[in-house]
Design a protein around this ligand. Structure first.
Ligand code: PMT
Length: 417
């Protein structure tokens, strides 16, 4: 259940009697420290009020696709990108038919079409409807598209009939939801991730820094733990909570980060350099605060900068090197500059991040990136940083494992968690 900590869960409610169970579901999710937004269809509002769901989720409830006020707050597309997972509970037979046929005629169906997050349905309907050939056909289509179906359970139904069609209980749904975040592709592997900015001291009170918030690196650490890895996160100065089961080492400057990385690297299988490391630092740190001299007319102050060690390139140059993944934050010619860094730093993969768009990249909650390898390019469309992290890990793990198979002499000892 810890896996649901801080996860962004969008609960969709459609018009069935089991809608009342959604209240309990949301209450439990909040207890598990998940962030919850609720979307209700018009029919769902006949069974349970948006006010109840607002109070339980702690967020405004979304009901209308064409509500200008709601769209100004968080548009339906933003909501689709926001979610780490969508669970529709209850999902009626009608809703399943809409999903199977790709309809987008209200807010909830539109979100399901627009999202790249996993979509889960908790069917709830009369047993005859569940067994009807049309529903069975729709279920098959939905399953083939990779949509998860939790339940239904068998038993006495609200209509008095007995059979398959009861929605699973809230705690059962939560167990299934938690499994969605379980990945296990990296079980037994050790991953080191750098995150955040570095601070390069000018004097005891001033420093050179950048806008990195650490969100992307922390999301990668969280996704890597969810994938079963043993994760060390080496972070520059950021005010972020450490993801559960992650070992965190805090550093300040690029040189601190370099030392921390090389102190930990010997048993590392995958190294991901997300940190925005300062390329240069002041050549010397003044021992006391640099003062303005009121008697000097010259308004200029000269700082001499010298180059910092390149951490990711130094790891890629190790004889016993892990699988090395860099990031490239660029504001123009994104792909060609990133490709150049891939080759120059001798990396296995590089993730190109266009930071000229302030809604992705530095300090944003979402990202969109292109993964570049020596022989391929793969673009991940905009979604939450956690979802980007999961997709990145899927791709880079595949490459890492391929390399292990092709070059068995490089196989590294697996560390035990
Ligand atoms: O932290 P967030 O606010 O979530 O923002 C995420 C991010 C934009 C910081 C992240 O997605 C990103 O793009 N990180 C790389 C930023 C960067 O500094 O890129 P770069 O092009 O300057 O460096 C290329 C690679 O070399 C990076 O992997 C960097 O970690 C590494 N590097 C750079 C300089 C240096 N001295 N040592 C390094 O290891």
């Amino acid at each position: 259940m810890q896996r649901l900590n801080k996860k962004r869960i969008l609960i969709g409610i459609t018009g069935g009697i089991a809608a009342y169970k959604a209240a309990e579901l949301v209450r439990h999710l909040r207890k598990l420290n998940a962030e919850v937004h609720v979307v209700m269809t018009r029919a769902a509002c006949q069974f349970i009020t948006p006010l109840t769901m607002q109070a339980l989720s702690g967020n405004p409830v979304h009901t209308d696709l064409l509500d200008p006020k709601a769209e100004a707050g968080m548009s339906h597309i933003e909501l689709a990108h926001w979610a780490d997972v969508i669970l529709v509970a209850p999902a009626t037979a009608n809703f399943m038919a809409l999903i199977a046929n790709g309809h987008g005629n209200d807010l909830l169906t539109t979100l399901c079409l627009a999202t790249s997050a996993p979509l889960c349905l908790a069917p709830a309907m009369n047993q005859g409807m569940w067994n009807d050939s049309a529903t069975r056909h729709n279920r098959q289509i939905i399953e083939d598209r990779g949509v998860h179906q939790f339940g239904p359970a068998e038993g006495l139904q609200a209509c008095g009939e007995t059979g398959l069609g009861r929605m699973l209980e809230p705690m059962e749904l939560i167990e299934h939801l938690s499994e969605i975040f379980k990945h296990e592709i990296l079980t037994g592997y050790r991953v080191i991730i750098t995150a955040g900015p570095t601070f390069e001291a000018i004097d005891p009170v001033r420093y050179i820094a950048n806008h990195s918030s650490g969100k992307m690196g922390f999301a990668l650490a969280e996704a890597a733990v969810d994938a079963g890895a043993n994760v060390t996160l080496i972070s520059g100065p950021v005010n972020r909570e450490t993801p559960v089961r992650v070992t965190r080492i805090d550093v300040t400057s690029a040189r601190d980060m370099y030392r921390a990385v090389h102190d930990s690297i010997s048993e590392c299988d995958i190294f991901i350099s997300t940190a925005a490391v300062a390329d240069y630092r002041p050549s010397s740190e003044a021992t006391s605060k640099i003062k303005k001299d009121p008697n000097v007319a010259d308004d200029n102050l000269q700082l001499t900068l010298i180059r910092n060690p390149d951490i990711v390139a130094s790891v890629a140059a190790l004889k016993q090197k892990p699988f090395v993944v860099g990031f490239a934050a660029e504001t123009g010619n994104v792909i060609s500059y990133a490709t150049d860094k891939l080759h120059r730093k001798k990396l296995d993969l590089i993730i190109a991040n266009d930071v000229s768009d302030s809604s992705i990249g530095f300090n944003s909650d979402e990202n969109a990136v292109t993964i570049i390898g020596p022989d391929f390019e793969n673009t991940l469309t905009r979604t939450s940083k956690y979802q980007i992290a999961r997709q990145l890990l899927d791709i880079l793990t595949q490459r890492f494992l391929d390399r292990q198979t092709r070059k068995p002499q490089h196989t590294r000892a697996l560390c035990t968690n």
